[in-house]
Design a protein around this ligand. Structure first.
Ligand code: HEM
Length: 167
């Protein structure tokens, strides 16, 4: 019966895990647009959605991303992984890409300026990619990032930049 189902006081959402607290600004769903470039390719524009989520019992943020061609909506690259911030300001990220490439990223965050910078410690199962860096920054409530890569033929330089709004 209905009157038995709703017993008890309203519950507070559980507090986030303390390790994750400095990166709470990332949590949620983001959507936006980006552009891709590299000396060896034609520049391109893409749409993107990112979800950062968190279970309060775990010191981990889950990350999933998907992209599509800006003009047609056709699916492009996707990736997902886990972000593991530590209270000392360091952060470790693992990412699996839809292309088969895997990354272990290490870096640091600045909770006050809402930035995260990552450099690859390991790039696995890649035919061309030697190194990847990722830099995230909150600008006026929007999430921006730059991804740089080094390949067997080209030194470290931008491949992607994007700006996303919270939805
Ligand atoms: C090309 C790596 C993310 C779209 C490339 C190339 C590499 C690469 C190695 C070939 C460059 C060359 O031959 O010199 C990566 C890595 C990524 C990433 C490591 C993530 C860290 C993305 C994303 C998109 C994308 C998110 C789409 C939104 C493309 C396109 C090309 C390209 C369209 C050129 C056409 C092609 O070769 O297929 N990428 N990529 N990439 N990438 Fe990415």
């Amino acid at each position: 019966p209905r009157e038995m189902a709703a017993a008890g006081p309203p519950t507070q959402p559980p507090a986030p895990h303390p390790s994750v607290a400095p990166l709470l600004f990332l949590l949620g769903k983001w959507r936006g647009e980006g552009e891709g470039t590299f000396p060896t390719i034609n520049p391109f524009r893409y749409g993107e959605e990112i979800l950062f989520s968190h279970n309060p019992s775990k010191p981990v943020i889950s990350y999933t991303q998907k992209t599509w061609k800006a003009a047609s909506g056709e699916p492009m690259h996707a990736e997902s992984g886990y972000w593991r911030p530590t209270p000392d300001g360091s952060v470790e990220v693992v990412i699996a890409q839809s292309t088969g490439l895997v990354e272990v990223q290490k870096g640091s965050y600045d909770a006050e300026n809402k930035t995260v910078t990552l450099q690859s410690e390991l790039v696995g199962n890649a035919s061309k990619v030697k190194q990847i860096t990722r830099a995230f920054k909150m600008v006026d409530g929007e999430l921006s990032y730059v991804v740089q890569m080094a390949t067997i033929t080209n030194s470290l330089q931008p491949h992607l930049k994007a700006l996303l709004k919270r939805i």
